[in-house]
Design a binder for this molecule. Sequence first.
Ligand SMILES: C[S@@+](CC[C@H](N)C(=O)[O-])C[C@H]1O[C@@H](n2cnc3c(N)ncnc32)[C@H](O)[C@@H]1O
Length: 258
Amino acid sequence: MIVEWFKYLSTPCMPYARKMGYLTEAIAMQSRHKRCYRQWQSHFQSCQNAILEAVSQCQQNRHLVIMGAGSLADIPLAQLAEKFQQVDLVDLVFLKPARQTAKQYANVTLIEADVSGVLSQVCVGEKTNPDKAYWLPDQLGQVDAVVSLNLATQLPLIPVRWLMKHFEMSEAAADRLGKSLIEAHLKQLNEFSGVKCLIADRQIQEYNAEGTLLDQFDAAWDICLPDLSSAWDWEVIPLGESVHKTRQINRVGVSIWG
Ligand SMILES: C[S@@+](CC[C@H](N)C(=O)[O-])C[C@H]1O[C@@H](n2cnc3c(N)ncnc32)[C@H](O)[C@@H]1O
C-alpha cells in the first residue's frame, strides 16, 4: 500500500487524469500483472505477434504510432525500434518501468495524451462531442502504421463512470457517450493512411468457481468493429483475484486493414 502510494505521488500525470483515476488504475494494473503473470503472459505475447504481423504489411517503415501503450508489456519494442525510424507510444499514463524501457531507444518517444480529446471537459462535467475532438499526430502523413492496443473498449469506462457518479448522467446518456467514444476512435484510426491494427476486447464473460457462465456482454458497447484476423481468450481476472469468487475471460480480437 505504501509502495503504491509512493508511485501515485511520484509519477508525473496530467491533473485531470490523476483526478479521474487513470493513474490509480495504471498502478492497480501493474500490481495485478505481477500477481497474474502466468495468465497474462500469453495474452501479451499474442498482442506482440499481432503487432508484428500488422507492421509486416507496411510499404515503408518511417513512423509507427501505438495508442494505449501503457505498460509496454504487450509491445515488441526492440523489434519495432529496429524496424521503424520513429516509434511514438501514446497513453495518458506511463509508470516508471515504461519510462525506463523507452529511454533505451533513441527513436522511441512517449507521448502523454488523451487520445479521445474529451477528458478535460468530461472531468468538469461539460458536454462534449467525441466525433471532433480526437488526438492525431503532427506528422500524420508520415505514419506508416497505427496500432490501437487494448484501448478501444477502455475509452468509455472511466468517463462514463465519472459522469454518472459526479454529474448525474443518465444511463441512456452514458450509453450514447460510450458508443460515440468507440465510434470516434474508429474514425480516428481511419484518418491514418497506412496500416491500421486494432487489438481490442470483443466479448467479456464471467464464470463462477464451478465453471458456469454467469454473464456475458459485448465489450464494444454493440458497436460493430472491423473484421477479425485472429482472436484469443485472456483470463483477465482469475478465480483467486475476485472477491466474488468469479473469473473474467475477455475474448480479444485483432483487426488489420489498409
Ligand atoms: C487495458 S490498458 C492497456 C495498456 C497496455 N496496452 C498494457 O497492456 O499495459 C488501457 C490503456 O489505455 C489507456 N487509456 C485509457 N483511456 C485513454 C485515453 N483517453 N487516452 C490515452 N490513453 C488512454 C490507459 O491509461 C491504459 O494504459
